[in-house]
Design a protein. Structure first.
Length: 387
């Protein structure tokens, strides 16, 4: 009698099982460690962007540490100045918010009134007058009969005139400023703590760049060291191409938008122009998002609906021009990803890290493609991700 021995899995099956377990483990690690990885990747992106500037400053015979401090100081100053401009605009918006809210409410009431009139005219045109009168009589008879029965039974209460309500003013002690700041900051305490590490990480990545590169490449031998070094350079170039390309495109679109909104007398144009340009860079939904800020601001202008239409047409035309003609020349030459790869990247990283993942999705996919293009065994995957 033959004894059946247990089936031994083949090497391909074992490799497939190990690959599935590795992918599942990596996905779980990225999801549960998202705060750590997001902080590290954002710092690396800033380091890749600022590294050429640091090398340029080093030509002034400054050591890398001093050059790094200089570049980071200048960058922080520029960010602070932009923040002051945005904060001043936000303060003016908060002061004008009651007037703006009443204006928007008035426009909504007019729109509702117009829709109601249109509905009544449509019904008057479609339904004959005698049928409408019959329907009104049928609807009124049950109500009148019910009221008459309640009156006869003494169940209909007499109308009670409420006494005059005197105005009551409740005085509350204002909350301390530090307490209010603490309440709002405590909600985002963890995010603020992780964000506080970004400047330090950027500084150390830039000041210790040569040491990190040499020790990292020292982990590999022979031809592998050359491939890793070439991939590292390609990742830096792809990251800088994408981020700086989007930055210069944002500056251009923001400048044109702000100038146009200034001449169109759109309120808060120094804030609305850059915000609209930034939203226009969002993949796929940039057009509707870019229209919202200027149109909402233009609605505050009384009795000038033509300006709202002009702002809508201008913003849409500028977005179409920038995304279809400028974007491929500024960004697309260096970051060549097909739409399917971009969509999958947005879905995956958005699911992993939320809004931050949507921002980092394309740079991460571009870095992956840069690695695949320089590793011979992965070049087919790089061609699949490319356009």
């Amino acid at each position: 009698m033959a004894i059946l021995s247990p089936a031994i899995p083949s090497s391909k099956t074992v490799q497939l099982g190990v690959a599935v377990i590795a992918v599942a483990s990596l996905t779980a690690l990225l999801y549960y460690g998202r705060d750590f990885f997001v902080t590290l990747i954002v710092s690396a992106v800033f380091a890749f962007i600022l590294d050429p500037v640091v090398q340029l400053v080093m030509k002034l015979r400054l050591p890398r540490t001093a050059a790094t401090l200089t570049v980071i100081g200048i960058t922080a100053t520029l960010v602070y100045m932009l923040g002051l401009v945005a904060w001043s605009q936000l303060l003016s918006i908060s002061d004008d918010l009651p007037t703006y809210s009443s204006r928007v409410s008035e426009l909504l009431e007019k729109a509702n009134t117009g829709l109601d009139d249109l509905e009544k005219r449509t019904i008057a045109t479609v339904v004959p007058q005698n049928l409408r009168q019959q329907e009104e009589q049928i609807q009124q008879k049950p109500q009148e009969a019910a009221k008459a029965r309640r009156r006869r039974a003494g169940l209909e209460p007499a109308p009670v005139v409420p006494p005059a309500i005197q105005e009551v003013r409740i005085h509350t002690d204002p909350k301390p400023l530090l307490g209010t700041i603490f309440i709002y900051a405590s909600r985002y305490f963890h995010t603020l703590v992780m964000a506080s590490f970004v400047p330090f990480l950027v500084y150390f990545m830039l000041s210790w760049s040569d040491h990190i590169s040499e020790t990292f490449l020292g982990l590999f031998k022979g031809e592998h060291r050359y491939v890793v070094g070439r991939s590292w350079l390609a990742i830096g170039e792809a990251t800088r191409a994408y981020v700086l390309g989007n930055f210069f495109l944002w500056v251009f679109v923001a400048s044109i938008s702000a100038i146009a909104f200034f001449f169109l007398e759109v309120p808060y144009w120094p804030l609305v122009g850059p915000l609209s340009a930034f939203l226009s860079l969002v993949p796929y939904v940039g057009l509707p998002l870019s229209v919202i800020p200027p149109v909402m601001a233009a609605l505050a202008i009384p009795n000038k609906f033509k300006i709202v239409v002009a702002v809508l047409i201008f913003t849409a035309a500028l977005h179409i021009l920038a995304m279809n003609f400028l974007y491929p020349k500024v960004v697309g030459k260096r970051v060549r990803l097909n739409p399917l790869a971009v969509t999958v990247a947005l879905m995956f990283w958005g699911l992993m890290w939320g809004g931050t993942g949507l921002v980092l999705a394309v740079p991460l996919m571009a870095a992956l493609k840069a690695v695949c293009d320089n590793v011979e065994s992965l070049q087919s995957l790089g061609r699949m991700l490319g356009d």
